[in-house]
Design a protein around this ligand. Sequence first.
Ligand code: PFF
Length: 448
Amino acid sequence: MTKSSSIGQWSSRWMFIMAATGSAVGLGNVWKFPYMTGQYGGSSFVIVYLLCILFVGLPILIAEIMIGRRGNASPAEATAKVAIESNRSRHWWWLGFFGMITAFLFLSVYSIVAGWTASYVLRSLQGSFVGVTPDQISQMFDDFLKDPWQLLLWHTFFMLITVVIVARGLKEGLEKAIGWMVPGLFLIVIILVGYALSTPGFMEGIKFMFRIDWAAIDTKSFLAALGHSFFTLSIATASMMIYGAYLERKAKIAKIAVTIATLDTLVALFAGMAIFPLVFTYGLPHDQGPSLVFKTLPIAFGEMPGGGIIGALFFTLLLLAALGSSISLVEPIVAWLIERWNMRRAVAAWLTSGLIWVLGFAALLSFNYWEDLKLFGHWTYYTFVDGLVSLVLLPVGGMLLAIYAGWVMKRKYSEEELMMPPWLYSIWRFIVRYFSPIAVIVIAWISF
Ligand code: PFF
């Protein structure tokens, strides 16, 4: 299994880090993390989240990249190959496949929100938030969601960019796009934090995020933080597995995974540091949930001098972040179609993205025509898939990856693949064998 890659390889280690960071940094960092922090009371959530990243997310991220590189094939084939090597059943192919299904469902809802961000870039530039009342801004967003054609337009726009990138292949498509998107994204987030620094509410915003208040930590924030640690590191969607498959053999996976998790966490914290000072400066509510960036922030953009540009930068940041993620959600499926069904890349990319685009209709209709159509009497398609993915498929998938890396794969193979100092390897192995699976079960148990 040490033969050189037959399925393509990143041109450098740095390229892999950028690609994986581009996948990890997404709507989760700039949209979800800040609104969850607001909803769950600020710093208490931030602390639990950081602990989940360090002790559960990071070790599993290492495991997923390792499985991909060892398997050096598309996810379903990789999990089969690596299991066979350890004298286990080839039926483990379903673990990689499970990740691909998760990715597929995931992108059908993710793309809708990504579309909103694209539309909001345009609105900021047009000055739509200037000279209007907060109620009108809120109404603007509600009206937007009520219009399926608008949502379809932006969802289509987003999926089109994704497919064009993926169809062009690893070197010509992914690497070229990632090479400017990821640095661009970091530049924007730094500009926005710089701007927030100049506002009077900066310290208040920072205190809200970082003041330690142990009493405020409750069990509900645990499942949310755990689910989000998988979400934000792109674990369990086979994305990191396929990206790992393209990684050269000599690269030290653990070191690279720490870099990715650190960059990802930095962007989330920076996003919070860019947003909360504005929220406090303009006396806006911080606990509005998902509408924080689409209803609350535009009020600030409408009032501040140069708000059109700051707003456009902010939504461009979201858009770039979402794009880096979406290409990594399509890629595992495309790689599998090429390998298993001998498809041409372009065909595989258009087929996968086309099907996701169609499934996205259900998501976008659930904000308007199908708003009252409740699955199991409770959820719209969007809320159902969003919850299913974040609270069930990602934690379960993450747990299975840990079990696979810790119990299915033989010790000598993971040791050989990870090339870690022995003491660190022992800690990692203990975490994936015992700590992560038990943590997922306990947290799920307490929360339901
Ligand atoms: N990590 C992305 C985010 O934080 O928005 C979400 C994600 C992207 C998950 C790609 C999984 C994935 F494969």
